[in-house]
Design a protein around this ligand. Structure first.
Ligand code: SF4
Length: 261
């Protein structure tokens, strides 16, 4: 039986695509973004994360190996909510494309049950993997972070050419697309970077909108609990005025814009 490794199932999610959704977080990501708020999604294997309880620190395992059938049973439990709200299942991570056989089997199972499918991706994957998934998807939420190649490599650990090429590839398909931009103060939210994203997005005919994802500090604590290093030295979240101005700029360029997905 096909299976894979996940680290979270979020029920009744409202910001990972249309309607009420179940979001499944697959473990493993080839990027190492310094601001990652899901650092437990980077390592593909289950790992230990401590938690403080009333009796002291306890170790917990983050990451579960699960079969497609069992996971689909979990997703199917809320099919009434999906039907009522126009929702469905979203596959996120980590980078869900880093477990292509597992993801493809999940998408196929959802397709058979007519459950709407969305993929939340960094776009960093072989072209052939993206191509294989596209016919099984009703929505792609595509993260676009930094347009400058050197800066992208510095802050995420990988070059951005594959990501830009895959974004264009998705935009040439029939699958609806939203671009998601994490707003990391001083890193991704500069005028030059956002202008470059606006120019690129303007050339892609199937972009339905832009989701702005303001940085928050939820991930910082997790790095310590996982014994990981490498997180950003705590920039403050972006000011509401700055986020509003960025939203306004994208709207002026003709995009539907949401804050927070
Ligand atoms: S792509 Fe997403 S999951 Fe992967 S390291 Fe970056 S923020 Fe974290």
């Amino acid at each position: 039986m096909t299976g894979g490794t996940i680290f979270k199932i979020k029920k009744y999610a409202l910001h990972d695509g249309p309607g009420i959704r179940t979001t499944v977080f697959l473990k493993g990501c080839p990027l190492s973004c310094q601001w990652c708020h899901n650092p437990e999604g980077i390592d593909p294997r289950p790992q230990t994360m401590w938690r403080l309880t009333s009796t002291g620190k306890i170790d917990e395992t983050v990451g579960t190996v699960i079969g497609v059938g069992d996971l689909i049973k979990e997703i199917e439990k809320d099919v009434l909510f999906y039907d009522e709200s126009g929702g469905g299942a979203t596959f996120s991570g980590g980078e869900p494309l880093s477990q292509p056989q597992f993801l493809e089997a999940l998408l196929a199972a959802c397709n058979r049950r007519e459950i709407h499918t969305a993929l939340d991706t960094s776009g960093y994957a072989p072209a052939a993997v993206i191509e294989r998934m596209l016919p099984r998807l009703q929505l792609v939420l595509f993260d676009l972070k930094i347009m400058n190649a050197d800066q992208h490599r510095h802050y995420t650990g990988v070059p951005n050419q594959t990501i830009v090429d895959n974004l264009k590839r998705v935009a040439c398909s029939q699958t609806p697309l939203r671009i998601r931009i994490p707003l990391i103060p001083g890193i991704t939210d500069g005028d030059d970077n956002l202008a470059a994203i606006t120019r690129l997005a303007g050339t892609l005919k199937t972009v339905q909108g832009i989701d702005l994802l303001p940085y928050h500090r939820i991930g910082e604590e997790k790095y310590r609990r996982l014994g990981m290093t490498g997180s950003l030295t705590a920039p403050a979240p972006p000011l509401a005025e700055r986020v509003a101005a960025i939203k306004n700029n994208f709207e002026s360029a003709g995009f539907d814009v949401s804050i927070g997905g």
